[in-house]
Design a protein around this ligand. Structure first.
Ligand code: GUN
Length: 301
């Protein structure tokens, strides 16, 4: 069994990006600028957003954190999105999810200009992804694809079982792994909370991506010998052994699953650090106008 070290991979990529940003600065170019919108004070969201901002600082990006009270109205949030769309100093921005219940997530996502949608959640970016047209690929799947690539994990013809069908991870992951490229060319099965005989299906998998949000969901008896297991879970559970009073656990019961795997990602230190890498890479692409070469008006017309 080999551990897939997301932390070390993320650090190596951060170094590459930092060097590229330094070069941009030396050439007198504006450095990439990522903005993050945080509504309310959900503890986990706050940690994720702070980590994104800290990473920007580490690699030399500009960053802005816009914080709003949970009582903010949908119209007020849409007005903030519009301001960011119009701000030429901002290359890309994200609205951290989940949002308070009174705000329509799809409405907000669709209000973000696709060329600044570095989360890759806008239906235009999702559509472009399915057509293999240049786009922003959602950060977590993008990070996972790079782990598969950097660890040279064979994917062509393999049976990949994705557990979870969220817009953020499961659904884009299933699309990316079935595309005709590397990593990809898998035979993909997408399982979810209504799937019958889940264990029978996961036992057939060469690659499992567990993204169902249920701690320790995947057990050793659900995995075949030699499988590659990618754990996307990040649930906080109470712990009296940490200063914060909680610890992060994945969707995989590492103890029973790891001995059967050829490769496995740990939690923490697996997929998590690579998610932020996916986001800053998208922001860099935006600053370099690689995905959408056209201006705002051309994209809209
Ligand atoms: N909430 C959980 N993951 C994400 C993410 O990748 N982007 C945003 N905007 N919110 C999230």
């Amino acid at each position: 069994m080999q551990l897939i070290d997301g932390k070390a991979t993320a650090e190596a990529i951060k170094k590459e990006i930092r060097e590229e940003v330094e070069q941009m600065r030396r050439e007198g170019k504006r450095v990439p600028h990522l903005a993050a919108v945080l509504v309310g004070n959900d503890g986990a969201s706050e940690t994720y957003v702070n980590n994104k901002i800290k990473t920007c600082h580490d690699i030399g990006f500009e960053s802005s954190l816009l914080r709003f009270d949970a009582s903010m109205t949908e119209d007020e949030l849409l007005a903030e999105v519009e301001k960011l769309n119009d701000n030429d100093e901002v290359d890309g921005f994200i609205v951290q999810l989940p949002l308070p219940k009174h705000i329509d997530v799809l409405k907000v996502t669709e209000a973000i200009l696709p060329e600044k949608d570095v989360d890759g959640f806008h239906p235009i970016n999702i559509g472009r992804m399915t057509q293999q047209v240049p786009c922003y690929i959602p950060a977590t799947p993008k990070g996972i694809m790079q782990l598969l690539e950097r660890y040279k994990i064979p994917t062509a013809g393999k049976h990949c079982v994705v557990i979870g069908r969220s817009n953020i991870v499961g659904t884009p992951m299933s699309v990316l792994l079935s595309r005709n490229t590397y990593p990809g060319n898998c035979t993909v099965t997408l399982c979810h909370s209504k799937t019958e005989n889940m264990a029978e299906i996961t036992r057939q998998a060469d690659i499992i991506v567990a993204a169902i949000g249920q701690p320790f969901f995947l057990k050793g008896d659900m995995v075949k010998e030699g499988a590659v297991v990618i754990d996307v879970g990040m649930t906080r559970i109470p712990s009296d052994k940490t200063k914060t009073g909680y610890r992060l656990v994945g969707d995989v019961d590492f103890e029973s699953v790891a001995p059967k795997c050829s490769y496995i990602t740990p939690v923490p230190g697996g997929v998590g650090p690579m998610t932020i890498i996916g986001l800053v890479q998208n922001t860099l692409l935006s600053a370099k106008k690689v995905v959408y070469a056209s201006t705002r008006n051309e994209v809209r017309s």
